[in-house]
Ligand binder design. Sequence first.
Ligand code: SF4
Length: 348
Amino acid sequence: MTAQATFEPAQGDTGTAALLEVENLHVEFRTRRGVVNAVNGIDYVLRERETLAILGESGSGKSVSAQAIMGIIDSPPGFVTQGAVRYRGDDLLTMPTSDRRRIRGEQIAMIFQDALSALNPVFSVGWQLAEMYRVHRGTSRREARKLAIELMDRVRIPSAAERVDSYPHEFSGGMRQRIMIAMAMALDPAILIADEPTTALDVTVQAQIMQLLADLQTESGLGLILITHDLGVVADVADRIAVMYAGKIVETANVHDVYGAPAHPYTKGLIASIPRADQKGSQLEPIRGAPPSLMRIPSGCSFHPRCNYARQRCTEDVPTLYEVDPSRSSACHYWQEVINDTGGSHGQ
Ligand code: SF4
């Protein structure tokens, strides 16, 4: 008999307080062609000094859920229809707009995949960084410029003092992403949400940016949410992982448990599709099929059309998150079979 996982309390066995609690969050987009059910009831907790990776294919709802937290969903067509997003216990979704803006501007920062379009091309990077201090803290022009150079140093941009007056297009993609990270860190946020921060970069620069984020997190103690489609990218930096599929979390676990023995067939498939240095020359196994349309999510378990473990029950019963152990849960009726199956990469 398997217990069903419940929403994690604010103070868990790690002993660190919850920074952010997302509870039963639902987001939909009302379009002319129908309702897109982008996020369908997700729960997670981010604690101080923790790195949580949210993993999933494109269209799984991982970025939309982050945008809902930040309050940057275009409405209409997007609507948060249910749920709570609590920052240090206060619900961002119901508090006065002015309080919400202040928390989202100063306490929760976000960086995006495309640094070039997020930076203003007509202002120098130093001006844009200094603007953060001038607008939010009323810092003098001279002091703000000094702080901008310090920030550039902090994110390891070489010769920061000489480059402070350069424009975004004068930097490489990796350096621009560092500048975005610097902007996000300017006000010392408690939470940083990084949405696919390395997707546009080559592998070496990806690793450097991930290391930078990990170092900044250690230095400042912030809670870091890393949103990615690439399990390989987060393996070395994440503490916990939440895997999303069709707008729901289908597995949560400590990152090493996920790699060791995934408890959901989708996670198993994602792991099997990562290139590994110790398996050079062997064939990668992509997950068959494609993610479902969020206007027509399959009945029962939404993963059943692609799942090699699926049986009749899976087409009818929606699996909730079952507790695998106190730090781990899986939305699969047959998680015991999945976890014990060491044969095929995803049950073939
Ligand atoms: Fe596969 Fe069924 Fe588990 Fe869904 S519930 S992941 S279809 S075995």
